[in-house]
Structures are given as structure tokens and as C-alpha cells.
Design a protein around this ligand. Sequence first.
Ligand SMILES: [Zn+2]
Ligand SMILES: [Zn+2]
Length: 356
Amino acid sequence: MFYCAEFLTLSKMALFARPAPSSPIQITRSIPSFSLTERISISRFFHFKRILQASLRSGPASYESGAQASVEQSEIIFLGTGTSEGIPRVSCLTNPIKKCPVCSKAMEPGNKNRRLNTSLLIRVPRPSGICNILIDAGKFFYHSALKWFPTYGIRTIDAVVITHSHADAIGGLDDLRDWTNNVQPHVPIYTAERDFEVMKKTHYYLVDNSSIIPGAAVSELQFNIIHERPFIVHDLQFTPLPVWHGSNYRSLGFRFGKICYISDVSEIPEETYPLLEDCELVIMDALRPDRSSSTHFGLPKALEEVRKIQPKRTLFTGMMHLMDHDKVNEGLIKLKEMEGLDVQLSFDGLRVPITL
Ligand SMILES: [Zn+2]
Ligand SMILES: [Zn+2]
């Protein structure tokens, strides 16, 4: 049995010490006996014991202020739908010669052109609580979470599934320290081995924290290596969708239920198409309105793929500043009448109920 962190009790606390019952290989850090790090881990255990005791005293309802209890159906929340540098671009806002219409609009509060790094939150109600499974935590993750976690009453991060190891997908791993210091003991990360190898360099102190300065409270991450075959996260099956993200660079999309998420793709290999069949919702990379880049689909190519895959509905993500939300969507809605294509741009904060 795997429990979502939101509803853990003290008696379940012991489960944290056990490996997750999923097929991926779990990487455990080697920690020498009686080291300072171990003593930090012990002190952390008592720190979490105090958090959990406090939550038990106040009762589960006040622990989550009632916000979590309102989620009865599974849903996805788009935490970010923009390209790596984010929209608005700073360089557009400081350009003395040319005004960028999309970046200017993106400065208006609540404007749908304001986009941070692509990331999706899957929320699944389970008997033990609501599971919050995140796809990617990029370099703007803190800002996404700051905006949408309080807005939607989201408290825990029960797992993070990684598409690839570019900064806009893993740059926020360090920010998970706020959760592992103050909300839950650790966050399980599901990643391909090639991306784990990158993390060993970019986030070496999170992979092996035996050398960190005593008292430095970094993210407590539990790494699980995934392969190009289905794996289970909190009773939800994920099927990796291997794609090319530039020549010779592999990225993963993921299928869960009848939803396929492919945020970073320049080409879909033939062997991946069967995994996209009979799909209710596809979330697909579409960087710019006119053409593809070497690493991302442009809108014309993304539409070509949608016609081939034939999902019931498609939401595009990963848009740059040339994609004006309202204007592009006005054009896309015409495709519904013309050829029955249900295609629209997503936007940060979009919440979609799903059936899993
Ligand atoms: Zn711009
Ligand atoms: Zn990328």
C-alpha cells in the first residue's frame, strides 16, 4: 500500500524508510554510520514527527483548511505552458525600438499569454488521500507553485515524473526543499537513467547529500529509474512516450489513462504512434505559429500530428511569445467546424477534469 503524503499518520511514518513498491529501480544514497548526515536525518525525523503530531492534534480538516476535500474527481492543472525563457521576455519589455504585443499583454494581471516553464500536475483522489503527481519541475517551478498551489489548495507533491533533463524541466528540483523541510519527508522522483546521470552533475548535492554542510536543509529526493516501459506511481500507470527533442536527444512524453502529454518534441518515432491510439486528450508541444525549430514542433507540424493521432481533444503547450493566446485560438476554433479538430492553446492555471 502506498500512501499519499497529505493524509499520513504517525503510524504510517515508518513506511518512509521502505522502498516504493513500483517497478523502477530505486537509488538509495550510501550514508556512513553515525555520520553528521545521519544525525541530520534523525533530527529531520523528529522535525516531521512534530509536524505530524501538530496536524493530528488539529485534525485532518484543519490541516488542509478543507481545500483538499473538495477534489473528488481526477483533474490536471497546467502549472506552466510556456517556452524555456518564459513569457513575457525581459528583452521584449526593454526593447526601445519595437513593442512586442504578446509580451506587453502578458504583463497584464491574469493575461493568458503569461507563461512559465511547461509543467503539469495530475491530481488523483485515492482512499488514502489526494495524490499530487507533477510532471517536471523546471527553473520557474517556484513561481508556478507560488501562484497555483495556494489558489487551488494544493499542499503536497507526492511524486515528480521527469520528461528530460533540460533546465526548464529539472531546474526546480532544488525548490522542492520547501516541501521536504516543511510538508513531507521526501519527494520521489521518476527519471530515465540518462537524465539521472545529468542530475548527478547539475544537482550532485541532491543525489548524494553525504557531503553537504551540516544543517543545510536541501531537498530530500528519492530517485527511481524508469525505462521505456510502463511504471506505476501511486497506483497510476504511466506509459513513457519516447520522442526526439532535437536530433539524437531523447525526451519522454507520458500516457496516463487516455491522456497523452508530450511537452518537448521535434519528431515522433514510428514505434511511439501505437501508444498514442484511442486517446481522449493529447497535450502537445507547439512552440511557434509558423514553423518548427530543431527541437520543438511548430503549430503546423503539431496540427499535422494531431490529424494523424486523432485524439478527441488537443491542448497545445510550450508556446513562445509569437503565439498570441486569443488570436491563435480564434484560428484554431475554426478547425472544429472545418474538419472536426478540437484543438486549443492551454494556459497557465488551466484546470481540466479527467477520468482515469
Ligand atoms: Zn515578446
Ligand atoms: Zn527541452
